[in-house]
Design a protein around this ligand. Structure first.
Ligand code: CDT
Length: 308
């Protein structure tokens, strides 16, 4: 058995007025609760240090830099790193990254038990749009504030296994999991901020959003024989509702733990990485069963090409 006792740590809403120190205090409280339940790995949501700011349109793009971190650990997040070291707790969380070269990414980091940053992922599948769109019920301006990630989908040997990360919208794309699956990934962690209503189709509400969320995570886990740990920021942020749906999926595609409600909270599960072996050695033994000679379109073309 290779068990990672994993805590999925959901954050309730973070209002625009809430500062980072307050958010970090909430994250530390969740970490303490995770420690009390014997966890040695805690997974936090996407862009966890602030409100989900891509809903706000700012005419001058540079004004958004107040939501970004130019260093990590930042001054505000240093107490979180310190508490993680004290607990011997590995962690992953998402934040808005401003690089020294002035690039902007929607980023997630993997931090080991000593507090060292051992992995970094930058979100590749950015949803939404660049300019203000009056036709939508709410804005989703990730394409305005971030560049697409430039690090691919790496995995890391950590915590006795092979771990990978993706972020929110990435979970809807089978390519995300497969690229990591081809590197033997045993646990994929992801944070998300999913609006409860489709801004372009009001009839698509919470129930359908949660259905697609679960469908995507369960399919990714099963088809690649990997654990998937998906963590929400949930509830009403300044009148904009985000789904919950924090969950842990086993390598057979079953949800083994799911958090009820929209407040700060954790679910904890002992994830045995050896449970990935059966799927990886049988139906999803890629070396024996994949037929790459027929998959050329996957990387050769982006959009649909219709037949004549
Ligand atoms: N944060 C994020 O990626 N949210 C998207 C919303 C899609 S609708 C623009 C998601 O996939 O949940």
């Amino acid at each position: 058995m290779r068990v990672i006792r994993t805590a999925a740590a959901q954050l309730g809403p973070i209002q625009r007025s809430e500062d980072r120190a307050s958010v970090i205090a909430r994250m530390i409280a969740l970490m303490d609760a995770a420690k009390a339940e014997g966890a040695d790995f805690i997974v936090y949501p996407e862009l966890v240090l602030t409100t989900f700011f891509p809903r706000w349109y700012l005419e001058d793009r540079r004004d958004a830099d107040a939501w970004f971190e130019a260093t990590m650990p930042s001054a505000a997040s240093a107490p979180l790193f310190a508490r993680a070291r004290t607990h011997g707790m590995a962690m992953t969380f998402g934040y808005a990254e401003l690089t020294p070269e002035g690039q902007h990414f929607n980023t997630s980091i993997l931090v080991d038990k000593s507090g060292a940053i051992v992995g970094k992922y930058r979100k590749i599948h950015l949803p939404g749009h660049v300019d203000y769109d009056p036709g939508r019920t709410h804005q989703h301006l990730e394409k305005r504030y971030f560049e697409p990630g430039d690090l691919g989908f790496p995995v890391w040997r950590a915590l006795g296994g092979i771990l990978g990360m993706c972020i929110c919208n990435d979970r809807r794309w089978p390519e995300t999991y497969r690229v990591m699956g081809l590197q033997g990934v045993e646990m994929v962690t992801l944070g998300f901020n999913t609006p409860s209503v489709n801004s372009q189709r009001g009839g698509e509400g919470l129930e359908q959003r949660l259905f697609h969320h679960r469908l995507s995570c369960q399919a990714g886990a099963y088809q690649n024989a990997t654990w998937v740990v998906a963590v929400a920021k949930a509830g009403d942020e300044d009148g904009h509702h985000l789904t919950g749906g924090t969950l842990i999926v086993d390598p057979n595609g079953f949800i083994v733990a799911e958090l009820v409600g929209e407040a700060d909270g954790i679910i904890v599960h002992s994830c045995d990485l050896d449970e990935t072996r059966f799927g990886k050695e049988t139906i999803f033994d890629f070396a024996r069963h994949r037929r790459v000679e027929h998959y050329g379109r996957i990387t050769a073309q982006t959009g649909v090409v219709l037949p004549d």
